[in-house]
Design a protein around this ligand. Structure first.
Ligand SMILES: [Zn+2]
Length: 631
């Protein structure tokens, strides 16, 4: 009991995740009222113009779609209806509505955050697939929230009482109410942007006015007290509401959430993160880059770039993930933090968002490298290929395994951001400028480049195959530049267009193919890559083995895994955080001489002792080793 109280106290200061708010300069131009003060170098191809083709990513997306479809809107909104006093069924639904558990329980102060994520995720899934059922699902959630907001009558829309906000304003203990309200506001804006839902914007505007009325008169001392509590990306969403409405009061409210104590040091190039809560921190920098985009504040840009560089240099695992037990740690203690609680998935979700903003401003191939690393090695493997359930952490200690959520009784932050993760793979594959299409990720997909009336179809099965294959589809010849990412792991790239070798210039990390493209043109890039070892920065005797950008893991079987493993135990409070992996002592350290790995098939290797080694993202429902004792 005491233990769980301690945990809840820690958690009270620290949830996680931000919502989808994929709003970047140049996107949704017809819906943006505030002209951004900065010009982006590239913009992402809109999600609706990219379709995933058969492959591992599409499989994940479809599993996510099925899982989203199973969520019952009335059950989801029951806590909102109950909170507002809206009719929720006979006798309040007491007898008729089966309640969701976990973080959506009626007694959890974060209840309602999943609704925000699903607003975003259904909008993203609708854009990514064109399937009306996600539009309809999003519409029905929005309509339910309208009933809730109309009943409150003051613009408030939430599954918990306003008293939680009052407690936050008084500096009293409460579990991150603005974090949850951020999800809802961001989800409403996503519904407007990705799914053209005007009602969602109306709700968002009234909600924004409620925020303004609630906070704008507070004094500075109160402001500083209340923003010590985790508030997710509410300022990011308020900047977006400012962008889509042009109403300056939302900009002021975004600035209200400027967290001086943690952001000011970044301006002084102070990168000491201490043991701060990682996923509370990252969204604050996303708000800063939004500020730069919208208002041209150079200081915001500089501090965000400094933060990014610090994360890449000192705080990111080779899987693209960050944090141990949700918190930063000193880089010199790195190897002490290879645990069963590394890599909260929301942190990676947020770093990918930040990466996208920075990449749009300046298409740096190193940022694209991060997108690839994090997408393959963390996000792709977040989801159990059998059940579609998702992980909170990405455990990296030898002998651990992935711990999956449960359908009815988890609804953690990473389940919420997880709904979005697998709906939006397509958003980081292609970027464009006036004359160029950047191909950043080698994921089977079809991109419609509307401005050029040209499509590019990637049919590769990378990383299974060492040939990248692409085909052009166009009604008439198009003069354009294709920029194919030339990552560091790609050795001896050989380009062939329509069967003939081409010598492509490689500049700033991209092969540039400049020509008049015709329907049916075929591009092939054959390359070599090899195994590499990335040792821990503070301990050269332990390391991760990679094949190109893909982190490999050794399969260690299921010995000692106790039911309900690999699933979380719903009877235990947030058990991912205290999970006992029951690791057999023989698996706590596994030695490897990488030169002794024997290749046994496509992306399959074996150690001399018979451990099967495969891409980490494919290793599910069993123990694994990722960090080996290097012989
Ligand atoms: Zn999370």
């Amino acid at each position: 009991m005491k233990k769980s109280l301690t945990v809840s106290c820690v958690m009270a200061l620290s949830v996680s995740a931000v919502s989808a708010q994929s709003l970047y300069p140049g996107m949704f131009a017809d819906k943006i009222k505030v002209e951004a003060k900065t010009k982006s170098s590239v913009t992402p191809l809109p999600l609706r113009d990219v379709r995933l083709l058969e492959g591992r990513f599409k499989d994940n997306m479809e599993r996510d779609a099925r899982w989203m479809s199973r969520i019952d809107v009335n059950r989801l909104l029951h806590s909102f209806y109950t909170n507002a006093g809206v009719h929720a069924g006979k006798e309040g639904g007491y007898m008729t509505v089966k309640k969701y558990g976990g973080w959506e329980s009626l007694d959890c102060e974060l209840r309602g955050h999943t609704t925000g994520h699903l607003l975003s995720a259904t909008a993203l899934m609708f854009a990514a697939t064109g399937d009306d059922k996600f539009k309809l699902k999003g519409d029905s959630i929005v309509n339910g929230l309208k009933r809730v907001q109309d009943t409150f009558g003051n613009g408030y829309v939430s599954a918990f009482p306003e008293e939680l906000i009052n407690r936050n304003i008084k500096g009293q203990s409460v579990w991150a109410p603005w974090y949850t309200l951020h999800k809802i506001l961001a989800g409403l804006i996503d519904q407007y942007l990705y799914a053209d839902n005007g009602t969602a914007l109306d709700i968002a505007v009234k909600f924004g006015d409620w925020i303004y009325n609630k906070l704008s008169q507070l004094d500075e001392e109160t402001r500083k007290l209340m923003i010590r509590n985790e508030f997710g990306g509410i300022n990011d969403a308020l900047y977006s509401l400012y962008a889509v409405t042009g109403n300056d009061r939302y900009r002021k409210m975004a600035e209200f959430f400027y967290h001086n104590d943690v952001i000011d040091p970044l301006k002084q190039k102070d990168g000491n993160m201490g043991t701060k809560h990682t996923n509370t921190f990252i969204p604050k920098t996303i708000a800063e880059i939004r500020r730069y985009e919208l208002l041209g504040d150079e200081e915001s840009l500089n501090l965000t770039r400094f933060f990014w560089d610090e994360m890449m240099a000192n705080h990111t695992f080779p899987t693209g993930s960050l944090s141990d037990k949700e918190h930063y740690f000193a880089p010199e203690d790195f190897s002490k933090h290879i645990t069963g609680y590394t890599g909260e998935t929301c942190c990676t979700y947020n770093m990918l968002k930040l990466a996208r903003h920075l990449y749009c401003l300046s298409p740096d191939a190193a940022i694209a490298d991060y997108m690839e690393t994090a997408t393959y090695n963390h996000i792709l493997g977040q989801q159990d290929p059998e059940s579609g359930m998702v992980c909170y952490f990405l455990p990296l200690a030898s002998g651990t395994h992935r711990v999956y959520s449960t359908p009815e009784n988890s609804f953690w932050c990473c389940v919420g951001s997880g709904f979005e993760n697998h709906a939006k793979y397509a958003e980081n594959i292609y970027f464009k400028d006036e004359n160029s299409l950047y191909v950043n990720l080698f994921i089977a997909s079809k991109a419609d480049w509307k401005e050029k009336s040209m499509s590019l179809i990637q049919t590769s099965t990378f990383p299974q195959d060492n040939v990248l294959s692409m085909r052009v589809s166009a009604d008439k010849p198009v003069k354009a530049s294709l920029k194919l990412r030339n990552p560091g792991w790609m050795k001896n790239g050989r380009g062939i267009i329509n069967g003939k070798s081409v010598k492509a210039e490689s500049k700033n990390g991209y092969f540039i193919l400049d020509r008049k493209w015709r329907d049916g043109d075929r591009i092939e890039v054959t390359f070599d890559t090899e195994l590499s070892v990335e040792t821990a920065p503070d301990n050269k005797s332990i390391g991760i083995v990679k094949y190109g950008p893909i982190v490999l893991a050794g399969r260690l079987g299921t010995e000692g895994m106790q039911s309900p493993a690999p699933f979380s135990d719903p009877s235990k409070y947030n058990d991912y955080y205290t999970y006992d992996f029951h690791i057999p002592s023989s698996l706590k350290e596994v030695a490897l001489n990488p030169s002794e790995l024997k290749r046994t098939g496509d992306l399959k290797w074996e150690t001399p002792s018979g451990i099967k080694v495969e891409p980490f993202f494919e290793v599910h429902r069993e123990r694994y080793v990722v960090y080996w004792k290097i012989k």
